[in-house]
Design a protein around this ligand. Structure first.
Ligand code: ADP
Ligand code: ZN
Length: 721
């Protein structure tokens, strides 16, 4: 009797056993379809000894319905799924779902139907049809993708198909990607770069687990250097995964990759077209995608023969996923490298304290690039004490910063103003009655976006059109914007320098790869004088004419619910400072602050990274915080406030009393309502040696809560809102 145990893609179910019909050949990792009651479910064949479950007698087993035409998930990926579920206290099904992330790809080869304009006009024109016809000029995609693109319903497009204005095109999906050429255009490396590159090449050749921290100042050529490791993997016919923290950085990366290797790499992220994802997934699994560059979700792709993983800007907080499976892609990347027995390179100019600690302990090999490439010098950093030199009333830029910008404008150089706040103003209130605009679903203020004339919640996406009158007292023209966002800074720049060409760079304005590409081209061509941006502009970009960086509010990062606020602030400002003076012309950085004495600011001004990390390490050591101790968070939420409070109290009341684990809370979360759910939090602080996950599982496992209550566990949390 031939039977298999399945990990089924349903978190509510345990492992299930099935009979293998005659003639079906399966192995661990095979992806199959199984009957489940009257329905069907996708499952992965798993080693039964690794997936304990209740034995079902042979006679009661139902036969599998079929095997899907994809290569079996390999053992290293199966081990990664097990490890991730175990470490982050998530269900294996929800982790495995991240590996089977393109349902279309699972259905096997063939074609997909896309549509494009025929040029014909419909017999009856409507405003929506008209809008669709102009938006879809030169585009091709599925009906759903085109509907999104044109901002019309799918029904409108189906109407256009019937009117022969859109035609169907069958697109083959499973063709391999062009192969990058390792020796297309190798750079002349400096001696320091060459030494680092040689280490990467050797590590790739060695085919052993080797975690490496590439610690190089901004502009030192980290990318050029790890590209040599990529080239070696290609020579060996193996695959490479490069993780980037933001989709926004991909465009820039693609260009550099293409210049070095002759063709673009394979891209993977959640905002891609379904057909692109499908092709990428299949070719990753079949080996026809040699280099994949992607967001964190690329980490679970089913590579056929992975030879190297690179995590670029490895300190970035966006590698931490904060919903669903709450994992940190930086850490899981190192685990994947361990299971695959390959090197992992974590590259950063401002490594996380956790990574530095691993290097210090000898677990990670540390590779340094201490100087900028081509003799470029690091920028001069000056502190602007806003208590001594304040901007004029209603303005945010101090006179010396304005003067420095003026000099750049005169010389035809570029300035970058950094403020990590999207929109025009973070709070709007009524001057008459004091009414403040708050999100109905979250305990958060609505942020004014003047470019789109809306008030928006940055937590749940709730939006309203900016009203003319106060909804409370009815008074007209009485709404006042409080505090600055990037749009407001851009307005200020326009008032002071009416002729300056200004670009606002946020996730609102650079919402697609095309827009990012346009921005980068314009900035590189010198068509932009002043860039005003959020953290989106702090990394990755290389604009030779950019010689001034102004940090509008260096104190902002120290507020809010970030458990590593000082470190994050340091990293953000050091990164944005690193955009200045990257080529022949020297750069200057002006940091506006009300707390010049704060260790973060003082360390930045003195270029004393070591001093900052040392002070921060001491503080963390004293607090038992990571990397010296460990944190976990528990988030309890419900649409019913009393229910949430009661569940949190129950969890707090049954907290284990142990010497090596302390539990704080429950307390209302700083963001006490989010998307209509009331939230409570507990913070757990454990010694490194404590059995943290085990304790949490045994603690929360037996507790029952009403249906509407959700209990989330966040291991190694970053944000505490
Ligand atoms: P980092 O990632 O360390 O900030 P980059 O890899 O972006 O640095 O390099 C900074 C700039 O210097 C880039 O424009 C890069 O192309 C250039 N560069 C670095 N090393 C070399 C080299 N060996 N030859 C030519 N250009 C280089
Ligand atoms: Zn909201």
């Amino acid at each position: 009797m031939n039977r298999v145990r399945l990990l089924v893609m349903n978190a509510a179910l345990g492992p299930l056993d099935y009979r293998v019909p005659d003639g079906m050949s399966l192995e661990p990792g095979s992806v199959v379809v199984a009957p489940l009651g009257p329905r069907q479910v996708t499952g992965i064949v798993w080693e039964s000894e690794r997936l304990p479950g209740t034995e079902v007698p042979d006679a009661r087993l139902r036969p599998l319905l079929g095997a899907l035409p994809v290569p079996p998930l390999r053992a290293p990926l199966r081990r990664l799924i097990e490890w991730t579920a175990d470490y982050y206290i998530a269900s294996m099904a929800s982790v495995a779902r991240m590996a089977l992330s393109s349902s279309a790809a699972l259905r096997g080869g063939g074609t997909i139907t896309e549509y494009r304009l025929t040029g014909a006009l419909p017999p009856r024109m409507t405003p929506q049809r008209d809008a669709a016809l102009s938006a879809l000029e030169g585009e091709q995609g599925t009906i759903r993708e085109l509907a999104d693109l044109a901002g019309v319903s799918e029904a409108v497009l189906r109407g256009l198909v019937n009117a022969d204005c859109l035609e169907a095109v069958e697109v083959a999906i499973d063709r391999p990607f062009p192969a990058p050429r390792p020796d297309h255009a190798p750079p002349d490396l400096s001696p320091g770069q060459q030494e680092a590159a040689d280490r990467f090449v050797d590590a790739v050749k060695a085919r052993k687990f080797a975690p490496m921290l590439l610690d190089g100042v901004t502009g030192s050529g980290k990318t050029e250097t790890y590209f040599e490791g990529v080239a070696e993997a290609l020579r060996l016919g193996r695959q490479v995964l490069v993780l980037l923290p933001e989709i926004a950085l991909t465009q820039n990366f693609l260009k550099r990759f293409e210049a070095r290797f002759g063709v673009a790499p394979t891209v993977w992220h959640s905002a891609q077209k379904q057909s692109d994802r499908r092709r990428a997934w299949r070719q990753v699994s079949e080996g026809g995608a040699s280099v994949v560059v992607g967001a964190r979700s690329a980490l679970f792709l089913p590579f056929r023969d992975l030879g190297l993983i690179v995590v670029d800007e490895a300190h970035e907080i966006s590698f931490k996923q904060d919903d669903g499976v709450r994992y940190n892609a930086r850490d899981v990347a190192v685990m994947r490298a361990r299971f695959e027995r390959i090197p992992a390179i974590l590259a950063s100019a401002t490594p996380a304290l956790e990574s530095l600690q691993m290097a210090e302990a000898g677990v990670y090999e540390k590779i340094d690039l201490p100087a900028r490439f081509g003799g470029a010098v690091l920028p001069d950093i000056r502190i602007l004490d806003l208590r001594e030199e304040s901007p004029p009333r209603g303005r945010w830029l101090a006179p010396s910063l304005v003067k420095a910008m003026e000099e750049r404008l005169e010389r035809g150089e570029q300035s970058l103003l950094f403020l990590n706040r999207r929109g025009y103003a973070p709070l709007t209130l009524c001057r008459q009655c004091g009414y403040r605009f708050q999100c109905p679903n979250c305990s958060a203020w609505l942020v004014e976006h003047r470019l789109t004339r809306r008030l928006a919640c940055h937590h749940c996406g709730h939006q309203v059109t900016s009203p003319e009158a106060c909804p409370e007292c009815g008074e007209k023209d009485c709404l006042a914007a409080c505090g600055p966002g990037v749009e407001r800074i851009a307005d200020e720049v326009a008032e002071i320098f009416p002729d300056a060409r200004t670009a606002v760079v946020t996730s609102d304005t650079l919402s697609s790869p095309d827009k990012i590409g346009e921005f980068v081209d314009a900035a590189q061509a010198g068509e932009i004088d002043v860039i005003v941006g959020t953290q989106l502009v702090t990394k990755g970009y290389h604009f030779p004419e950019l010689t001034l960086v102004g940090v509008v509010d260096a104190d902002l990062g120290l507020e809010g619910g970030d458990l590593r606020a000082a470190e994050r602030s340091y990293q953000q400002i050091a990164q944005v400072a690193g955009r200045a003076g990257r080529a022949a012309k020297p750069g200057e950085v002006l940091i506006q602050t009300r707390h010049p004495e704060a260790p973060v600011i003082a360390a930045l001004a003195a270029y004393d990274r070591d001093a900052f990390y040392e002070a921060e390490s001491d503080a963390r050591r004293n607090a038992g915080a990571p990397p010296f101790g460990r944190w976990a968070a528990i988030i309890v939420s419900s649409e019913d406030e009393a229910e949430a409070a009661e569940a949190a109290r129950k969890i707090g009341g049954s907290a284990p009393r142990l010497d090596d684990i302390a539990v704080y809370g429950p307390a209302p979360a700083p963001l006490s309502m989010l998307r209509g759910r009331y939230r409570y939090r507990l913070l757990i602080n454990a010694r490194r040696s404590a059995a943290l996950q085990q304790t949490i599982r045994e603690w929360l496992g037996p507790l029952d809560h009403p249906q509407g209550v959700r209990v989330g566990v966040d291991i190694d949390p970053y944000s505490f809102v």
